[in-house]
Design a protein around this ligand. Structure first.
Ligand SMILES: [Zn+2]
Length: 377
């Protein structure tokens, strides 16, 4: 196989992807770029759906086996101030062995590797062991509408979904689930010149937040997926006037956990809020009422061993077993009983930063790993 040519074409595809901005809800142009590449590479079937996802299938040697699905999203977050970037965010410049641009590591570098993994076999006159379906989904960064549509309408058996979120070519076994609460502290507003007439809820909020960080350390940790964490994020008050004390103030609490339930977290928050006049609501509840889902595959499962051995064979070293800190579209598949793992080039900590980039060396290693996965899995 011509590795140099394969890698060159793969990187050039990643550059074209970066040069096609694709904010959530605006993925039409990039879906067309992906579709054209799938066609050029000789995928057996290419199709789209009503929400704008794009798919390509390469037939396996044994078409009776459930498919291997390679999943990446098509969208990315806002690049922010271009002045903070070492190169323009949509120019896809290569410097010192790294491809720079918004989406380089999350998710266009990994997307290019997933698409080119089947091409590696096809160009060598080979076929994957089982059908491989590339699945590029919309709106991952804003809740996962594309992934949800895919899983709800899935009409073929799936052996494994491989999520292409950046993992530095380690095998990610899962991540924690998300639950967000909105806690509102109620008081009484007054003219700011007469604080004694007010019941200023900012003090209750301050007392709550000052205990939160240390109290959260008591929450349970998962032995692979890590500790339960909480971040207070958005804070709002009812007034926009600087000379009025607020009638209420509220904060969004973003919990990440693989061990707690919605009810146990609710009890935790209630205990900290104590006697204060407050109300507590689930905010943008992503998961069902009782269960907080991420995804998780146990390190000693046969699936992990098979996938790890295949990647290891392609890369010349066994990938380390890790976990994602952030959430992925994998959380939408796990409730359906579909096995999910994550593996891709690109450093997780690069995602969503100014100056995002990806190492071409990691892309090359990842491509070798993926080609072997498709060949033997
Ligand atoms: Zn991503």
């Amino acid at each position: 196989m011509e590795w140099e040519t394969l890698l060159h074409d793969c990187v050039s595809f990643a550059q074209r992807l970066i040069r096609t901005p694709s904010m959530p809800g605006q993925e039409e142009a990039i879906a067309a770029v992906v579709a054209a590449e799938l066609k050029w590479l000789g995928y057996d079937e290419i199709w789209d759906d009503s929400v704008g996802n794009i798919y390509g299938r390469v037939y396996g040697r044994d078409r009776t086996l459930p498919a291997l699905v390679l999943n990446t999203h098509l969208d990315h977050v806002d690049p922010g101030d271009p002045a903070l970037w070492p190169a323009p965010p949509f120019a896809a410049e290569i410097r010192d062995g790294r491809l720079i641009g918004r989406g380089a590591s999350d998710i266009k570098g990994p997307l290019a590797v997933q698409v080119y993994s089947a091409a590696g076999l096809l160009r060598a006159g080979e076929r994957p062991r089982r059908d491989v379906v590339f699945c590029g989904v919309v709106q991952e960064e804003v809740g996962g509408a594309g992934a949800i549509y895919w899983v709800e309408n899935l009409d073929y058996p799936v052996e494994l979904v491989l999520i292409g979120e950046p993992s530095s070519n380690t095998l990610a076994l899962g991540h924690r689930g998300i639950v967000q609460f909105l806690i509102t502290f109620h008081g009484r507003s007054a003219h700011a010149s007469a604080p004694e007439r007010a019941d200023n809820p900012n003090y209750a909020l301050a007392s709550f937040l000052s205990q939160l960080e240390s109290a959260a350390r008591e929450l349970r940790a998962h032995f692979v997926l890590g500790p339960t964490t909480v971040s207070p994020t958005i804070i709002e008050v009812d007034t926009t006037s600087g000379n009025v004390t607020p009638a209420w103030t509220r904060v969004v609490l973003d919990f990440r956990t693989a061990t707690e339930s919605v009810n146990s977290l609710r009890a935790f928050v209630e205990r900290l809020a104590g006697e204060s006049n407050h109300s507590l609501d689930p905010e943008n509840m992503i998961d069902s009422d009782e269960v907080i889902t991420g995804f998780y595959t146990a390190p000693d499962s046969p699936l992990v061993e098979r996938v790890r051995a295949a990647f290891g064979g392609g890369m010349g070293r066994e990938p380390e077993l890790t976990r994602y800190r952030f959430a992925t579209d994998g959380r939408h598949f796990a409730p359906y009983g579909i096995p999910v793992l994550g593996f891709a080039p690109g450093e997780e900590e690069m995602a969503h930063t100014a100056g995002e980039s990806i190492s071409l060396e990691q892309m090359a290693e990842s491509l070798r790993g993926h080609v072997q996965l498709l060949r033997e899995f």
